[in-house]
Design a protein. Sequence first.
Length: 340
Amino acid sequence: MEFIPVLSKDAEQIQALSRLAVRIVRDYFTPIIGETQNEYMIEKFQSPSSISRQIEEGANYYFVRKDNRNIGFLAFYPRDGRMYLSKFYLDKAERGKGHASGMMDFLVDETLKCGYSSILLNVNRNNPAIAAYEHMGFRKAGEEKTHIGRGFIMDDYVMQFDLNQERPGRPDSGRKTGLRCEPIAAEHLGGLTALWTDEALIRYTNIKAPCSPKEGEQRLAVFLDNQKDLTCPTIFTLFYADEICGMAGCPLIRKNEFGFFYQINRCFWNKGIGGKSAGWMIAYMRANYPGSTIYGDVVTENTASVKILEKLGFKSSVVRENGFERGGKTWDVEDFYLKI
């Protein structure tokens, strides 16, 4: 299964998505809310111009593709510190084949990459899909009536999915992807020293030089000491398929202020581990240390990390010219902060 992003300026994509949406929504919702209201809502929410506008305003639309065919679509966007699931649809012939589970896994990953710890959706009170959402882990969190024009009302349940099971510190964290994490511990020294002694890897960090084994022990001791007075750990060792693949954390700076970093072993690059572990950490910190400020800094050459911080909501505060020196060469460093 593939998830293909839909671009607001791609007229062909938008037209194809609108045709798919109209077919699915017309077939599914007319028996639930009636033809008159459904046709009004199709024009209001599923027309090409409406879809394009939603994307420009921040909605993320994706085709769900299987065997080179678009079999469904989903749409979601950040709202009030959570991810809001706006569309989650499959063609009639594709339902009941396990595709919804794959769609949900994708949505969870994208939510975590944005540093959010819950997903919300609205569902019509008479929609049979309520049972399917509950099976996926959503629970009813409220009720909502929304006037949408022409005298029509959307009479919905609000449902919520809590991503606790996907956050650091949980034994089942990342169970579907092979990625998991544990609070940093002395027995992780060997795997972590491999990170700190890799000269090519530290090029993208603020480590001055590769560590010796002795310096690795000292670095680990500093991390462990940083954690000793915290109510919840904030530095984690990352595992992929039970092999140490990196680390991520928010070490304490002072009360209600934390740093932020992640480091991934080179042989595990290009698996999405950096983005997901970064999102894990911010979701975890929001849940356990609300009201805090998190600081990060990035060598401006590391554009991938800059993009991850920006996606997580970090704000740039200053660019320090020649702010970091290694091996006789200097780099500019950009400072970021995030209030959670």
